[in-house]
Write a protein that binds this ligand. Sequence first.
Ligand SMILES: Nc1ncnc2c1ncn2[C@@H]1O[C@H](COP(=O)(O)OP(=O)(O)OP(=O)(O)O)[C@@H](O)[C@H]1O
Ligand SMILES: [Zn+2]
Length: 498
Amino acid sequence: MTLRLYNTLTKEKDELAPLFTDADGKPHVRMYVCGPTVYDFAHIGNARPVIVFDVLFRLLRHLYGADHVTYVRNITDVDDKINARAAVEYPDLPLNEAIRRVTEKTDAQFQADVAALGCLPPSEQPRATEHIDAMKAMIERLIEKGVAYVAEGHVLFSPSEMNRLDHGLPRYGQLARRSLDEMLAGARVDVAPYKREAMDFVLWKPSDDHEPGWPSPAGIPGRGRPGWHIECSAMSMAKLLEPFGGGLSCDDPQKNTFDIHGGGIDLVFPHHENEIAQSCCAFGSPRMANIWMHNGFLQVEGEKMSKSTGNFVTIRELLNDWPGEVLRLNMLKTHYRQPIDWTLKGLEESANMLSSWHRLADLAKDAIVDPSFVEALKDDLNTPMAIQHVSSWTKAKPGQVFSSASFLGHGFLIPSDVAERAQLMRGALALLGLLPPDRQVDVARVNALITARLEARKAKNFAEADRIRNELDAMGIALKDAKDPATGEIVTTWEVKR
Ligand SMILES: Nc1ncnc2c1ncn2[C@@H]1O[C@H](COP(=O)(O)OP(=O)(O)OP(=O)(O)O)[C@@H](O)[C@H]1O
Ligand SMILES: [Zn+2]
């Protein structure tokens, strides 16, 4: 089966068909996920998209090869929430210096938190402040096309003007499945005076002298700063279109569409709708990204975990009590589109489950990736199904056919050989990012050191042999020497210490 992903745009599971081909003739997948606004500790709800799209990134690397996937997750380091936090936290510093301190500190915390949750660094993590020129170029293009206008030092995007353009572009509201007329009818009455219509949204706004700002686009005097939505349109252009032959100077729609765009379900409207409006109008392309994926909410007692309601627990706090892999597994037990209720009981179950998995994986030195396990992930990242499969390796009796009727309609055979099950377990855990760092054994290095130690012993260089044993010990590897009864030679086996 090819990889199928649920697409918010089509409301169906669509097959991924990468648009770009690398020089070696192999397909290249491009994925963009909206990243954090860096002003405060991330909560475990914010970790959900990071973990979900990390699993997808790992799966794509497995299916297409690590060199054939580009995953971009941005860092929003210009935002009024950041300005507000900086003024409160460092009232004695000039605002721009205070902002720099807040964003640097928060970004470092975020990177450390998500690394502890087993997430690989994305291929690129562009910062909004490094792409202001790209934002300005897009804004000027949108004004030229008549879908954006200048008013009182602001630049605003007009969804009504977009819908008046008649050239195969998406209608505003296509992703959210809401019509612009309905939205306008239901809009608030206290619309900012510089907006022509209630649904118009900000591309650029003026900055006071003490606020962060850059020379404004489109001949507007003075300084200003971008709105949130244009940041993602510009950064995805800079990282996923221009390096692949697309961009503002290219009017080939194929070259101005990338493969996957993701984020939490709350980003569908207005953020992603507005990203689509900006990008499709700027490039004249019918699609910004082919597949739009959205994760469901992490909830506490039925309510979305969020900063504003105060019902949140930070990743950092949870990491004090639980290994990152337990938090990660607890997230993956639920399908990414379903809501998760975050409970202590769930965490305890995940901890138990994971320790039995690790015990089995520790029996193996090598990893094998089980095709049925991968099939589950290829079906819209069905992690609960994949986990059910993995659990069967520890639970069911070897040799038994595990007949889960729901498992893609087939039963599957549990290998009777424990060594084989251990290898499968190691492969599955690596693909899900659930091996703790001390269990991610560099097998080639261990084997090379063991060979070197045996050679040292043969040469009666016992000091060197002991040094190597100590080095392996520090890596968490325990050695066992035995004599091969047939040849009389020393044979060394190893295992990961618990
Ligand atoms: N409870 C949650 N469950 C799943 N994803 C979430 C949750 N809260 C935020 N996200 C996601 O985290 C990412 C960062 O979002 P954002 O920076 O808007 O979060 P936030 O400002 O902390 O939100 P809130 O104020 O609601 O807590 C987005 O992709 C968003 O969809
Ligand atoms: Zn975005």
